[in-house]
Design a protein around this ligand. Structure first.
Ligand code: NAD
Length: 258
């Protein structure tokens, strides 16, 4: 496994679930981690968990629907740690479980603002910083991972806005990867299957039969754990895997193989 010693990693939505597991995994592997989240309490808790094992981390309050706050968060990252090596655009919301005709304009706009806006404005701020670093040092490399979903490669009944937003994340990822491949910046997406996190566990506690239905859908017979998704994100950021760019890596326990 890679060693990320002295690399600076910026992660949105790192106060919970996949984002928190990714923050802890990078910190364990030597990185200094910026935890960007709208939720100050959970974001600061992630920082505490990292500091408890002698890691380096900073909490930055950030609403990813606000481009100015993303710019500010990246600036704070650079002011504190001197550079930005890796960004994980992970913050996201699931939205309401309802058929297309029952989804409102507000449902649609909110999901697009969080799940797509975060990746669009996030990559703008992150790539701008990575290009500045490249001007100073031609060997500088940047890596970005955007968190899509299995719903980004197939339809998701009862979740049209969510599925649309996660398809959009893959489009942004592939396009940006092609535009900046010659600038030492690799950009990939990851597409997890149902994963135990606040997002899914809330759904399950509201309707316990959901878990069994989800398990039946996934050939491996269980949901993913956030730590498993985190390991794949680290792998995508490993400089040994330099041929990987513009990919949408499906972590789905076999779901899309059939
Ligand atoms: N859990 C799953 O089954 C699953 C599957 C596929 C993809 N995903 C994706 O993984 C990502 C992480 O989700 P999770 O399952 O860990 O959920 P989670 O609810 O545990 O974590 C989401 C985090 O994003 C933060 N967040 C929400 N809105 C924000 C905003 N406007 N600005 C900043 N931060 C904000 C929350 O505070 C929270 O810390 C999401 O993009 C989600 O769509 C999740």
């Amino acid at each position: 496994m890679a060693n990320f010693t002295n690399q600076t990693v910026f992660i949105t939505g790192a106060g919970s679930g996949i984002g928190r597991a990714t923050a802890l995994a990078f910190a364990k592997d030597g990185a200094q981690v910026v935890v960007a989240d709208i939720n100050e309490k959970t974001g600061k808790h992630t920082v505490q968990l990292i500091q408890d094992v002698n890691g380096r981390a900073l909490f930055v309050p950030c609403d990813v629907t606000k481009p100015a706050q993303i710019e500010q968060a990246i600036q704070q990252t650079v002011d504190t740690f001197g550079r930005l090596d890796i960004a994980v655009n992970n913050a996201g919301i699931g939205g309401r479980f309802a058929r297309l005709l029952d989804q409102t304009a507000d449902d649609f706009n909110q999901i697009m603002a969080v799940n797509v806006g975060s990746v669009f404005y996030g990559m703008q701020a992150q790539i701008r910083q990575m290009l500045t670093q490249l001007e100073d040092d031609q060997s500088s490399r940047g890596k970005i991972v955007n968190v899509s979903s299995i719903a980004g490669v197939r339809g998701m009944p009862m979740g049209a806005p969510y599925s649309a937003s996660k398809h959009a994340v893959i489009g942004l990822t592939k396009t940006a990867a092609l535009e900046y491949v010659k600038k030492n910046i690799r950009i990939n997406a990851i597409c997890p299957v149902y994963t135990h996190s606040a997002m899914v566990d809330e759904l399950i506690s509201a309707a316990p039969s959901m878990e069994e239905r989800m398990r039946k859908l996934i050939p491996i017979g269980r949901l993913a754990q956030p730590e498993e998704i985190a390991q794949a994100i680290l792998w995508l950021c490993d400089d040994a895997n330099v041929l990987f760019t513009g990919q949408a890596l499906q972590m789905d326990g076999g779901l899309t193989a059939g």
